[in-house]
Design a protein around this ligand. Sequence first.
Ligand SMILES: [Ca+2]
Ligand SMILES: [Ca+2]
Length: 160
Amino acid sequence: MEVYSLSVCIWYFILAFGYTNGECPLGWIHFGESCYLFSTEHLNWYFAQGSCRGHDARLAEVTTKAQADFLTDLALRFNRIDNYWLGGRDDVKEGIWIWSTTDMAFNYTSWGPGEPNGNTNANCLCLYHNLKYKWDDNVCTASFSFVCEKIYHDTDEIIG
Ligand SMILES: [Ca+2]
Ligand SMILES: [Ca+2]
């Protein structure tokens, strides 16, 4: 138990001080051009998007393998029994997946085996626990955790 507590402490220390810096809000994790927040609350996809907007953010939109792997790896390390909404949807045209705020079609995907498989019943994108946090199409009204993404502000650019 002691060892477990210590390792949890070390992990939170890494999360707090290793991945973040002054340009992401406290609790958000810096990667590439963005800051990410893994929610602890559970909401349907629509309310999750609203919650992210409340943070001046959006549900995470993934355009590179590096970004996809980062989010999957982080969800695995958090090791919660949770699914996490991302900002993808195919409710406009079934089977045509787009990122919600840009309407851009997916140019990179990280679907789990057999996914997407929900047809018109499942029109929202998540990192799914039982797929080792690869991508899953799921029912948009399901109550899941979610990943918000906001722009990482580089201090040098603001000053320069
Ligand atoms: Ca669908
Ligand atoms: Ca599915």
